[in-house]
Ligand binder design. Structure first.
Ligand code: NCD
Ligand code: ZN
Length: 345
């Protein structure tokens, strides 16, 4: 088995950087590995206009290390009030790459999200015309649906009708977590793709609940069964261009995670590529990592592939127990425990 790999520099097609003091930690951590990243707009208040997205981008760029060419690709947060004109402005702004749909109250800072999709028809039609991809948090939020079934129900009730009503719209089903979602994406036309996180490739719901409650393994969509994890591993390492890397790295203050009502989100960015390498090695498909991490996302977004490279070496090393920012700390996945691969910078 190879002990060193050189890959085209990867991109992260789903990333939460947050704002303010956290940016001093999150931006350099992602810039270390990734050439570009799709930046999620679920700030509080959300990024709903092009003007807000460009101002947020400028705040991010201040924290990009001098020797890095890290490029944040901005997104707008779709609400029922998003106008066709705002989407046209987004389509014309090269710094804006996509629009994000959160079902209302599905996850962190999704209160301003969408309850009734038909109220978004004008915006969606405009996105279809502009070729702006719609990024979807795919969970049904009707009260009473079991949290472990939310993704599967969403596919049938919401996603299937949507892709039929907008036959040219490019859609990314974000952070797929189930065998059902893998199958849905496989059967869908090529204009529908999916991102897969490192944590959903490496962990199942036992890692959340067995032997004690692990708040740092709590995220949405929630971790699923082992057979779902196996289906995700098979999809990610299949060589199909419909699946590509999106960490959904989602930092929260340690105090908000280790709490009686803990926040959803796992901070994977500091060792993201290394975690994916572990997962692909588990699947016996390290040779398929580059397509998933560095080619298929750029191809889907019709952007050029990166021209620089990164080197991964088999090496045991550890992340710190936490990262300090302002007055808080963020605990990364695998804090202070050994990783098997290391990105050499
Ligand atoms: C994300 C966050 O914290 O912003 N949390 C998560 O568990 N993934 C929101 C999201 O992407 O669902
Ligand atoms: Zn997310």
């Amino acid at each position: 088995m190879a002990d060193e790999m050189i890959l085209t520099r990867p991109d992260d097609w789903h990333l939460h950087l947050r704002d303010g003091a956290m940016l001093a930690v999150t931006v350099p951590c992602s810039a270390r590995s990734f050439g570009r990243a799709i930046i999620m707009p679920n700030l509080n208040p959300p990024i709903t206009t092009v003007q807000q997205a460009l101002a947020y981008r400028a705040r991010i760029l201040r924290h990009v290390p001098a020797q890095s060419a890290f490029e944040p690709l901005m997104t707008l947060y779709l609400t029922e009030a998003t106008s066709g004109r705002e989407i046209e402005r987004a389509g014309a702004a090269s710094a804006i790459a996509a629009v994000k749909l959160y079902p209302a109250n599905a996850t962190t800072h999704s209160e301003a999200g969408v309850s009734d999709w038909r109220r978004c028809d004008e915006a969606l039609a405009c996105m279809q015309e502009q070729g702006l991809p719609l990024l979807i948090h795919g969970e049904a939020i009707t009260p009473g649906i079991d949290i472990f079934d939310r993704e599967a129900v969403f596919l049938e009730r919401e996603l299937e009708p949507l892709i039929q009503r907008f036959p040219q719209l490019k859609v990314v089903l974000e952070h797929v977590t189930t065998a059902a979602a893998v199958e849905f994406v496989r059967q869908a036309p090529p204009r529908l793709a999916a991102t897969i996180t490192a944590h959903h490739l490496l962990l199942n719901r036992n890692d959340l609940l067995l032997g004690g409650l692990r708040p740092h393994h709590y995220c949405l969509p929630i971790l699923k069964r082992e057979r779902d994890r196996q289906a995700l591993l098979a999809a990610a390492s299949s060589g199909s261009p419909k699946y590509f890397l999106g960490t959904d790295s989602a930092p929260h203050a340690r105090s908000s995670k280790e709490s009686a009502c803990g926040c959803a989100g796992i901070y994977t960015a500091p060792a993201a590529l290394e975690l994916y390498a572990e997962a692909f090695e588990q699947a016996g498909s390290l040779n398929r990592l580059e397509g998933f991490a560095s080619h298929f996302g750029a191809d889907f977004y019709a952007l050029p592939r990166n021209t620089t490279a990164v080197r991964l070496r088999r090496e045991s090393w550890s992340l710190p127990a936490s990262y300090r920012y302002g007055r808080g700390a963020i605990v990364p996945l695998r804090a202070a425990s050994p990783l098997q691969w290391r990105l050499i910078t």
